[in-house]
Ligand binder design. Structure first.
Ligand SMILES: [Zn+2]
Length: 405
């Protein structure tokens, strides 16, 4: 394996989360009698450009077609999309003559916020969830984005003033990353802007978010490697912001070279990354040490509660939840079930640990002693909601240090 961005062969493996099934590969009851495919889940650091990436990319055909995440089940995500779209419309003076494209549009939630502004919209998404976008009458192409597809889109719809890719750009298949960026460049109008929002490496390290490592999430971005990637295609980063969804993101604005002034925030954030240690190997060695410690602490807490006869239910069944459950080995002897709202997951079993996924309402009937918060990134919002809805138990937050609330 070599670096996905700069091609460097010397990669330093700093974290192994063992072999795991794809974190969104929820199983039906009949699948439980069949073997389950697992793949190495390990992180390494490029010793040249300091990109953090997985060292085993799984064939994307095995991952995305059955992707079951739908945006509209997450309120804070919806709010963040709405404010992103409103900002884009204002900042780049978008009007009826402009086209906005969302790559990885999921159920079309982000694009729907352009509607009051009359901006032309188009979604692109390879997964079955894109059907929900079509149902909302959002023009959507159900396919993987590529340079070839970009050519077809230009012919049929014209070039885009804005292309967004939220929680997608770090997921693009390694063999197709260059093709993806080349496609984005072809598809952008001369004054077009590519806006990508991805999990931010600085938050990832600082807040010990090892559970956001899963096979779909191939790269963990900081600014310097991204600059190198865009430069290869005549693009440059013109601005950057930090977002708060998914536990911390960077929103990176890229445009054709020389088209926009470069905001001071770009150099400022790079300085901050350097100071934090994102371009030093020791930072990652230390991170791996903290991850192992966290695993032991979670196991110790859960086993001690369980030994006292307490009932523990996992709240939510997000991708990150499965990484945590699998890495910490929290199986049905320890966690009774997962309580979830998404209709796509209820009635299934979690990949790896095979915990049954039940409708969230069961939590209020059963009143288990503890709720393990697997969607800790929206825990504040969720805890208030669950208490209001009548849940009387305590809450366990697993990272960065297991905590009972
Ligand atoms: Zn590299």
């Amino acid at each position: 394996m070599s670096c996905f961005i700069c091609g460097e062969k010397k990669l330093y493996k700093f974290l192994s989360l063992s072999h795991q099934p794809p974190s969104d590969a929820f199983l039906r009851a009949v699948d439980l009698l069949k073997p389950e495919a697992t793949y190495p889940l390990e992180l390494c650091l490029c010793q040249s450009c300091y990109l953090v990436q997985l060292n085993y990319p799984v064939d994307p055909e095995k991952l995305f077609r059955e992707y079951v995440y739908n945006t509209s089940s997450n309120n804070s995500l919806k709010k963040s999309f709405e404010s992103l779209v409103n900002n884009l419309v204002k900042r780049f003076n978008l009007s009826e003559s402009d086209l906005a494209i969302d790559i990885g549009c999921n159920d079309g939630t982000l694009l729907s916020y352009y509607r009051p502004h009359k901006v032309k919209i188009l979604g692109i998404d390879p997964s079955s969830i894109a059907k929900l976008a079509l149902r909302k009458k959002i023009p959507t192409i159900v396919d993987f984005f590529s340079k070839k597809l970009a050519g077809k889109v230009v012919k049929k719809y014209g070039r885009a003033k804005i292309i967004t890719a939220t929680n997608v750009f770090a997921h693009v298949d390694v063999k197709k990353l260059d093709d993806f960026v080349a496609g984005v460049k072809d598809l952008l109008a001369d004054d077009g802007v590519f806006v990508s929002e991805s999990g931010y490496l600085l938050d990832f390290i600082e807040k010990l978010q090892y559970d956001s490592v899963y096979h779909e999430h191939l790269r963990y971005y900081s600014l310097k490697p991204l600059k190198i990637l865009f430069k290869k295609f005549g693009l440059e980063i013109i601005d950057v912001e930090r977002g708060s969804i998914h536990g911390g993101t960077i929103i990176v604005y890229a445009a054709k070279k020389g088209k926009y002034p470069i905001a001071g925030r770009v150099a400022e954030l790079i300085r901050r990354e350097e100071k934090f240690g994102l371009y030093k190997k020791e930072t990652f060695i230390n991170f791996a040490r903290r991850v192992k410690k966290n695993k032991l602490a979670i196991q110790k807490l859960i086993i001690s509660l369980k030994s006292k006869g307490k009932n523990i239910v996992g709240v939510g069944a997000p991708a990150k939840g499965n990484t945590l459950l699998n890495y910490c080995n929290l199986d049905e002897d320890l966690i009774d079930y997962l309580a979830e709202k998404s209709e796509f997951k209820i009635g299934t079993f979690s990949p790896g640990m095979h915990l049954p996924v039940f409708d969230e309402s069961r939590l209020f009937k059963d009143q288990p002693d503890y709720a393990l918060m697997l969607s800790w990134n929206i825990a504040d919002e969720l805890i208030i909601k669950l208490k209001k809805a009548g849940f009387r138990g305590k809450f366990i937050l697993p990272t960065p240090k297991p905590k009972i609330l």
